[in-house]
Write a protein that binds this ligand. Structure first.
Ligand code: SER
Length: 326
């Protein structure tokens, strides 16, 4: 990885991957792109930035040529809950966008990281210790695009030798940029509401177990996989990875250790509940551990502590923090 392009760089993962990669590879070697312009408040946080609509292959070509890109982190995608609202758009962005990137990677010999998801599994998948290779019959359009994306990456690797790599990300928890349109988003919203209002109404039921991961681990997973020795990789897309598995009630209990009067309520959204119910409780990520040394640093306890510390700084002035009873 010498010259890197990130698509969807203004999203939850992209916005933090950008600075992570710039620290590791140098400012001049990381080019961020998104269909949206950089918001005023973020102008001093991004480095080199280009407009790319992944549905327009010419825009990707011109940036790859201009900067002599050799690695693409392709993150532009529509997530699960948004996908159910507009399945046609989700298919177009997630499949045609990826196909454009793979075609260009084939021509310019770029490596490609593209995330799959726990959404690539469905109700007929074993829910506990979900194996690396198992039944994948999701029933969300997002899940369909993720399975198709996994197969497409395998195909480009086998047929054309494109260096495709990927992980099945669980819900990602972070304090810098909000996720948008996902089913696991409750695990981020809850921290904002707990700190600001000391109460949260959760759209998933209290006993809904899902895999989750704190952002530093997600960045580490993506970069370690891209830096891994290719001869050790048995899977080209995508590796199961997880860091923690918990339900909303357990997360609320952990938050209460810092905000004792935090109140959790439930108002279940049937659409997102059905999506969550079709996903695994906990993935088996032993293959990622064996093949490229995957090992997360944050469990529920460590993640909650760090999220609360970091969000307090983000949301409150130092005076407010002093007065705040957390
Ligand atoms: N976080 C994603 C979602 O909820 C799962 O990959 O859609």
């Amino acid at each position: 990885m010498k010259r890197i392009l990130i698509t969807g760089a203004l999203g939850q993962i992209g916005s933090e991957l950008d600075s992570f990669l710039r620290k590791r590879y140098g400012n001049e070697n990381v080019i961020s792109s998104d269909i949206k312009p950089v918001p005023e408040g973020m102008l001093n946080q991004v480095g080199l930035f280009e407009h790319i609509d992944c549905l327009d292959a010419r825009e990707i070509y011109s940036v790859i040529e201009k900067y002599k890109i050799d690695t693409v982190f392709h993150l532009a995608a529509v997530l699960s809950a948004s996908g159910e609202k507009n399945p046609q758009l989700a298919w177009k962005v997630n499949i045609n966008g990826l196909h454009n990137v793979l075609e260009i990677a084939r021509e310019y010999k770029c490596a490609v990281f593209t995330p799959s998801s726990i959404a690539a599994f469905g109700s007929s998948t074993p829910k506990d210790n979900t194996p690396q290779e198992t039944i994948q019959r999701p029933n969300t359009i997002y899940g369909l695009t993720k399975v198709t994306g996994e197969l497409l990456c395998d195909y480009y690797y086998t047929k054309y030798g494109v260096d495709t790599r990927g992980v099945r990300f669980p819900g990602i928890i972070s304090y810098a940029t909000l996720p948008g349109g996902g089913t696991t988003d409750y695990a981020v919203e809850i921290f904002y509401e707990a700190l600001k209002n000391k109460k949260y109404t959760c759209f998933l039921d209290k006993d809904t177990y899902l895999d989750m991961m704190y952002m530093p681990d997600a960045l580490k997973a993506a970069v370690n996989l891209m830096e891994a020795d290719p001869s050790r990789l048995k899977h080209r897309n995508a590796y199961n990875v997880t860091a923690e598995s918990f339900n909303p009630e357990q997360l609320a209990d952990e938050i209460k250790k810092y905000i004792p009067d935090f109140e959790m309520n439930y108002d279940v959204d049937p659409i997102r509940q059905a999506i969550a119910d079709s996903w695994p409780n906990r993935l088996d990520d032993s293959t990622a551990k064996e093949d490229w040394g995957w090992s997360p640093d944050y469990d529920l306890k460590a993640m909650t502590k760090d999220m609360i510390e970091k969000l307090k700084i983000k949301l409150f002035t130092s005076e407010q923090r002093r007065a705040y009873s957390v």
